[in-house]
Design a protein around this ligand. Sequence first.
Ligand code: TYM
Length: 335
Amino acid sequence: MSAARERVLSGIQPTMDSFHVGNWFGALTQWVDLQETHDCFYCVVDLHALTVNHDPAAIRQRTLASVAQLLAIGIDPAKSTVFVQSHLAEHSQLAWVLSCITGFGEAARMTQFKDKSQKDGADRSTVGLFTYPILQAADILLYQPTRVPVGDDQRQHLELTRDLAQRFNATYGDTFTIPETMTVVGNSRILDLQDPTAKMSKSSPSGAVFIMDSNDQIMKKIKSAVTDSDREVSFDVTAKPGIANLIGLLAAATNADINATAAAVSGLGYGAFKQQVAEALVARIEPVRTEAQQLLAEPAGLTQVIEAGAQKAKIVASKTITDTYQRLGLLGSGS
Ligand code: TYM
């Protein structure tokens, strides 16, 4: 049955002990929904986590914690293929091939690299950080997806992926499906609670609500979220980004339409509004956190999921690599 379905691929980094609601409401909700209609491949991209300093023991644990959280938010391994990037050598193999058709200037224009390398200083940035988007393109193209559900911050990497696929196909013959970027309407860029001009990110823990935060932490973070000098809630993304962001979070936490949510809270005082947002987030997050903790307490179950996932992923990825190598004119072994 699933063979006739269009394919979806997406990935998430295991760089923290917990995903934040930017990841969840800005991207992962689509992963859950797409399971009903698409043949979904979801990858924990541990090789990408090596592009910055990392602690080996922590990344091992975080990879399992990532899988636990994916299952806890509703990714069903009976419906989707859940796997770990480093379990398949094909990701690194295709990344090399794609790096050979990527222009140096083209890679240098990637804003995520520019931002991160500016922060850390050019000398401390690695070549891995520079070629990160090429590995991401390989993650995607290996599985021939038609759609890639992500947050808004991934658009540029997805454009590069499409360009590389088109370039390869034009040079060596049709090999890769050209994938479409898919984002959540209204919530594709969740903002930092302390700085509503920036996206919510793991590097700003007080500005992010994490799935594994305690109820207390969630309440405190929402109550201290930066808003503006008005007193009553109204929905204005440009003039009132802090409030608009909280409305987006409330809509996502209650599975409601963002405009309907905005209408329902319009005119509330900020204190009462924040209380409502915080309670809704606690109600949504608490069962997911508990489920993730229970799954993590039995890591053997998680290991089984990713081993089965790697086997299913391998079937698709190895075919793409074989086809790619043939198109490139590589001799091939044993044939
Ligand atoms: P990562 O691990 O940073 O984030 C995972 C997903 O969460 C989305 N996201 C957000 N969405 C809305 N608002 C936010 N504040 C926010 N913060 C994060 C991201 O857009 C992403 O969809 N490069 C990717 C990982 C990756 C990947 C891939 C994605 C590697 N290979 C292949 C798709 C396909 C990244 O760093 O995501």
